[in-house]
Structures are given as C-alpha cells and as structure tokens.
Design a protein around this ligand. Sequence first.
Ligand code: ADP
Ligand code: ASP
Ligand code: MG
Length: 814
Amino acid sequence: MQVLKFGGSSVANAANISKCIAIISKAAEQDTTIVVISALGGITDSLLHCATAASAGDERFSESLKNIEQRHLDTVRELIPVTGQSSILSMVKKTCNELEDIFKGIFLLRELSARTTDCVLSFGELLSSRIVSAGLAAREVPNIWKDSRDLIVSDSRFGHALVDFPATQKKIGAYFQNPISPLCIVPGFIASDALGITTTLGRGGSDYTAAIYGNALNVKRIEIWTDVSGMMTADPRLVSNARAIPDISYQEAMELSHFGAKVLYPPTLQPVMNKGIPVWIKNTFMPDDPGTLIEKVSSKTGSSIRGISSIHRIALLSLEGSGMIGIPGFSKRLFEALSRQQINVILITQASSEHSICVGVDSSQAALAKVSIDDMFGPEIHAGTVMPLIVEEELAIVALVGDNMKSHPGISGKLFGVLGRNGINVRAIAQGSSERNISAVISTKDVKKAVNVLHEEFFEATYKQLNLFITGTGNVGRRLLQQLEQQRHFLLDQLRLQVRVTGLANSRRMLIQEEGIDLSRWSDELEKGDPMQLRDFIKIIHSKNLRNSVFVDVTANSEVAMGYEQLLLKSISVVACNKIASSSPYSYYRRLKDLSKEFNAAYYFETNVGAGLPVIGTLNDLLRSGDKIRKIEAVLSGTLNFVFNHYDGKTKFAQIVKQAQEEGYTEPDPRLDLSGTDVMRKIMILAREAGHAVEMEDISNQVFLPASCMEGSVEDFYLAMEKEEAHFKQLFEAASAAGKKLKFVAGYENGKAAVGLQHVGPAHDFFHLYGKDNIVLFYTDRYPEQPLVIKGAGAGAEVTASGVFADIIRAANA
Ligand code: ADP
Ligand code: ASP
Ligand code: MG
C-alpha cells in the first residue's frame, strides 16, 4: 500500500490536475493507493478571507464566494468532457450553496468562531478531492472517494486539532480492511472530533493527513507531490542556487520544517518515523526528477550541513534582573507563564551568568506573552529585582541543520564569521544538545542576505558572488569595466568568484541592476538610469543589503570620498582610487581605518600611490611581518616624471604637460601634479600607513611652479606656463649642465616628510627612471642598506584600473 499527497499548486487548475492524474494512474497500477488532496492553490486563503469579511459585515464576501465557485466550475469544465460533467458540476454548485448559507449566518451574526472557521475551510479540500476523483473516473481510472472526517478522529482544538491516533487507527484499519477499490481519494487537512464536528489539522496540514493514513496502514511509502523537486538546501524563493537534497533523515527534515521549510508541514514525520516509513518529496511538474527521500538515516556524504531554513516574524523576549542570579525556579515560572497562554517557544538561550533568559516566540503572541510574564513576575518587578519583560520585534531565525554537524567542529565559527563579514548582527543564538541545529536570531531585513551568504558558505563554498557598486566612468572606470568583463570567466573558473556590477554611476546618472549590469553595453544602460544623487545611490546600496558588497570609487570627487563612512558602517567594503579620503585630515583617514576593522569591511586604496604598483600592499606586508620602516625615498608622480623626462628645453614645457594630460597621466586638474600636491598626498599616505599621524601641513614642499601658474582656470594655467618658459628652461639647464636629471622626489624619515625637485646624478637609483615610471625605495630594519625597490609605470588608466581590480579581489577574499 502507498499514500500519495498532492498539494495546492499541484491541483491549482485543470492542467495541473491532469498531471496529477497521470501520476496517480501510473502509481495505482503498482499498488493499492490512497491519494490525499489539498484544496486548489489559494482557496483556503480565499475561504478564510471571505469568512472574515462576512463576520466584519462586509457584503463583498458574496462576490468572493462567486469567484471561488467559478474557479471550481471552470476547473471541472476544463478537466472533464461535457458528457461526464453534470453530476460533478451540480456537486460544486450544491456545495457552494451550502457555503453561502454558512457565510450568510456569519454575516448576520457578525461572529466567526474557530469551529465555524474550520467548517468553512473544510470546503476547500472537500471540493478539490471530489473533482480529482471525478477527473480520474472520467479517464477511466476507477476509484472511490472517501471523506477523511469519517476516518480521522481529533480533539476539538479547532484550527489545530490533535489527532486521536488509537481511534483513528481503528477507523482507518476497518475501512481499508476490505477496500472497495484499490484507489481511494481522500481530502487532506480535515478531520472530525468525537461528536462528529469538522476540525482542521493546521495550515498546510494535508501533508499530515498523508502521514496519518500511512501510519495507520503501515504503508510501504508516502509520496508528497508538490511544486519543487524535493526538500531543498534552502527556501528556493530566497536562494536561487538552492538545490534538492537527495536524501535526508527524519530528524533533519523535521528540524528544517520546524524552522520554516514550508515544503513539509512540521508534525508530518512524527507518525511515520517510528515505523520507518520512507517519505518521498516529488515534483508534480517534473515527475522524473529524483526528489528527496526522507528516511531513518541520511547518507553521511556531502556537506555536514543538510539545509538552511528561516522563520520570519519572531519576537525575542528577554527577562533580566539581578534578582534572578542563583535563585532556582525562575525559568520554570517563565515557561509556566508562557504555557498558560499556550504560547509556543521556538528558541531559548540563557547566559551562564543567569542574569537573563531570552526566548523566541511567534510575533503574534508577543503581546500576550508580555502581559502573562509581567504578571507572573509582578512582585519582583515591583521590588525592582527583575525588569519588566523586554520585547524585541521584527526579528527572524536562521537555522543550520544537519545530523553530521556534531562531528564537524567550527561550524558556528563559520556561521558567525560569514554573518559578521556581511554586517549582519546576531541578537541571540541557540544550539540544541543534539547538535543538529544551530540557530541565530537576526533582524528580519537581513534574512534574505543571511540565508544566501550561509548557503554560499556551506553549499557553494567554491563559488562566491561579489556585488560591485562602481562610481566613476572616466578613463580608469572604463578600463576597469572592460577588464572586469574580459576576466569574468577567469574569475569564475579560477577563483570561483562571480563578480557582478550591481550598481554603476557617474556624475550624471546612476543605475542599479540586481542581476548585474551587462558590461558589454554598460554605457547605453547607464544612460537610461536615474539622475545621479550620491545620497540615493548609497541609500539603495544599504536597502539592497546584498552580500559581499564592494563600493568602488574611481572618481576624484570629494563628496564621494565623504560617503565611505556610511558604507563601512554597514560592512560594505570600499576600494578607492580616489585619494581624497586617505589624504584628508588624519582624523577622517583614521576613522575609516577603524570602521573597516570594527565592521569587518575592507578599505583598500592601493592605487593612491604608484597606480598599479604594489606599494601600499608591500608596505603593509613588511609591517605585518614585524619589519620597521626607517626611510622612504620615492618618485611618486608619473606625471612629473613624464614631464621632466620629456622636457629638453626645446619643446615648450607647457606642451609637454599638455601631452601628459592628453595621454591620461595627470589628475583632471594637472596643477595638483605640477604643484607637488599630489606627491605630498602620496608620501603622506605612505607615512600614515607606516603608522604616523602626518598632516599635509607637516610636509615641506619646495615648489618649482611659479605662483602665477596657480591662478585661474586650467586654461589660464597653460597660458601662464608658456609665459614662464624661461623659468623652466633655466631649471633644466642648471641640472643638465651638471650632468644630472630633474626628478621630483619625495622623502620620509623619522616621521618627517618632504617633497621637491632635485638634481639626480647617474649613480642614483632614480637616474634611470623613464617615461611615467614611479619608484619607491623602502629602507627598513630588514633592508637597511640596499632598499627594497618597487619600480614601474606609476600612472595610466590601464595600470590604475588593474590596481583597482586587484584591490577588489583582495576585498572579496578579506
Ligand atoms: P504544497 O501546496 O504542495 O503543499 P507548499 O507551498 O506548502 O506546497 O510547499 C512548497 C513550497 O515550500 C515551495 O514552493 C517552496 O517555495 C517552499 N519552501 C520553503 N523552504 C523550502 C525548502 N527548504 N525546500 C523546498 N521548498 C521549500
Ligand atoms: N489547504 C490547506 C492550507 O492551505 C492545507 C494544505 O494545503 O496542506 O493550509
Ligand atoms: Mg504544503
């Protein structure tokens, strides 16, 4: 014997029911079969809605009822050939008339008891199961319909009736001893009490009906046919990468369903687990998919975690007070207060200090719990030894479930690590003594993100999604986007990183696409975006709350730089090629570094010094390994190096600067380079990274640019330089007369930094520095005489973009 159960979506309409019929006819050829049917998808909700409207005196209930009737009539007309329709159509009409009478009664009395609600809801399953039965008959599959209320006996807790198993067993046993037909169709969800009054087994309870029949008849197997291909590693509506679990133990499946996996009504497995009846979860719409087998022991292979589930609408109740310490009986009284009101406790935690107890309950019961608990502890609250109950709402539980967790240390560490890195605050935790479940209470707004990052960590360990929010589509931004597109497959295959540009903005427009912007046409897409407002852009990043988010600043804009604080505070990493933040007043630089540490978010700006050269990274590696920086000497301006390498006293100085700008080696305002300000910023950043609280005013700068060049616009600047050509020529000639070259050098020693133009002779490391190259010499305890040298192109969009790219990857792995 076997039991098959079909859920609401499986019987939602005639087309779906036809699929069920195909499955049922095939199964019935194999064995005696009982088929449990749910109401047509959505009908239970509609009935409830209708009844509530009627009880509130809302006449529209009758229109809603018409829709319910119509849906059933349509289903029959589509499912069954005209010649066979009449008796089933009149059954639907007659049943709906009865229902109308009941609604009228509710409407007149303005009263809806739990008992009447159950009576109303039972019509959903009564109608659907009869339609399926008739549909089978019409396809010449002989079957009999039987009302579950005649066979399943429950108590009178309407809405959530408890089954009287011995009485039920007797009735089912007797009925099926000599079955009239080897195929019997029954309604799910409903039962009747000792007086024969209709009850229901709780929302989603048709699964339970299947288990009740299965248990009573000790069947060979139970199949739950639904709209997904099994019990999945996470709720597929939350996690698109969730996948079906091939096999799972009763305990694990129970734990997952208790913690929110709606695919199985939580009490379902109780009646069948002792008998070891295997339960299959199968997909009506993909019947050939293997589905999930729930049995005594699950396979020991694969992940130590079997699945992740979540329950929304949790309230956390905390009872605190010095009066609780060391005094026995407090928890007993707390739970007594809850049980008096029949409040179900979902999670309990108590700190070892016993200073507080924390329990998680369904939000809908929080107010009742508060009254009951405050009443129970009235005397202590009055005496001030216990505080009135603290209720926190808008919380949720995420739970990791797996039998094999106990043999795998470090799972909770991973859980907290992942949540922490993604800025998800954990309010409370609980781990059952069976070590089959670790639960964390978090804010409801973080659930989707939490379940996704946990899924990524435990089930897709080798595959991580990175969400980039890029501001700036100038020279560097464009190259970065190009490089990201070009390397997409490499990152996926080699680093298991799926990098998405989820947000893109420039000074005019901003665009957010959660599924990732198509990088081959970002420019057109961005044009269609909204007008750029940095505040809104950051607000969206916050509200999207996506995992592994990285904000990438490839602008030179100070407003953007001032936004980092808001991002780091929410654990969003920041990668900047913009130097403004790290060269702003020391206090802001420090604050960003501290936030980065506190909120587990990377803050990288390698390209601030030497473009793509690994300068800051190397400096940090030296420091981390215990080395000390004694002195830094460097040529840090690709622009100035380019200019002085090309200037020969013949071509005009202004023209060389123009060329540098046109080739993309200068800041948008080249005066920042020519005045030495940019080099000052860079040496300051290195000094800061080396641990010194240096400010711009602390750095001496021997400016070589005449003051007249610093006034007015960029165009004025070029004109002024032309006028000062003699000055530049004189600088050049003084150096070349001595056989030396001009280099704009930055130095740092003993906490002091200086920049300025120097004459460099052929023996010096800086002499052979060509093009737009940079060079940095680190003199350290470990490199005292021969410095550690980093040299190479220090400007240019391509190398800068690649440095930003490297920072992004580092942030992903931080
Ligand atoms: P039925 O109407 O067939 O009883 P339900 O809607 O009650 O179906 O349950 C199936 C739904 O449960 C799926 O469509 C899915 O959205 C949801 N679900 C939540 N968590 C899980 C999970 N871990 N595995 C599978 N489905 C899940
Ligand atoms: N129809 C009922 C409900 O929607 C029972 C079920 O579908 O399992 O809750
Ligand atoms: Mg269900």
